[in-house]
Design a protein around this ligand. Sequence first.
Ligand code: PLP
Length: 386
Amino acid sequence: MNLKLSNRHEWVIQSEIRNMSIECGRIGGINLSQGVCDLEVPELVRMGAKSAIDKGINSYTRYDGIDELRAAIAKKHKVFTGRDVNPETEIVVSAGATGALYCACLALLNPGDEAIVFEPYYGYHISTLIATQAVPVYVRMNPPKWMFSKEDLEAVVTERTKGIIVCTPSNPSGKVFSREELDMIAGFAERYNLFVFTDEIYEHFVYDGREHISPVTLPGMRDRTITISGLSKTFSITGWRIGYSICDAKWSQAIGYFNDLVYVCAPAPLQMGVARGLKELKPGYYQKISEEYRGKRNMICDALNKAGLKPYIPQGAYYVLADISGLPGESCKERAMYLLHKTGIACVPGEAFYHDDSGEGLARFCFAKDNAVLDKACQKLEELRT
Ligand code: PLP
């Protein structure tokens, strides 16, 4: 038989995160590798979706989302950023933040265009660029504070650079970009005329009094920023696939057409459920998330410290990178496997977040878990020392 896979299939390799999950399932361990939050979905959101199904809202929707949801997203954006956006022309509801970024890259980047990505990175950002034939270029953020400089940005820019991805709060480092850093990025983007693709999926997961700043609110950013977020994390609905992009109408129409081509629309009744949650949940809901997750962050960081796996305390999101270089093994994959077989805790080997071998001493642990499960995971981790 002379049939072959496309050349493209090599661009999208099975992620290390899935591999760890599979092995964890096989041995019946606790999975702290995948960013699946198993917390309760707010009742309003569940009821909104159920009643939409019962009312017959089960067909295709407008390619950029139902009116109620676009209006609710515009209102939320106003509340949290102070900016007015037009829900008719400037919002595209997509299949999660993942779908929103994919469509934005398809609409705005040409094959061979370069996009800057901060490292350690979220692997899907890289795969999305590669799948759309754009070229990722890396700027290193250095621990413990995950700092970078203007010179680092200037060093990688070329005449092919067309965009920069800013993930704040960041997966996997938990970095929350400061106003000074975003100012630096804004000046850089203006100087080199770049699109700024943001990923703000963890916007409500910020700790210790820090503030999430939406890059689009900085001077000069309005026209060039594609603000991407979604409700997977905020409402614990990772399987519903509801996310969105917000940007100037001159970009959003093409983004919407690609959304139509790839996904047709996001699931209709689930859009209704999310709209209900956005409309009716009180501001206290969002505050409660950061308080609750701050407690979880403290739990896991304490346990990692006790286990001798030094954590880099995250400022936001719900992952922690920890130093696993002291564990037996030749590579971070072997060390992560050692940890899984010794304690029953799955994490993601650091190599998944770097384009070179800089992640070898690191692993990422997700703490978006029910407190009882997290507590058990912490006890198991601590046993590593005994
Ligand atoms: N962006 C980041 C940084 C993530 O960590 C994740 C999930 O882990 C996603 C996006 C996925 O978002 P969605 O479920 O809305 O596609």
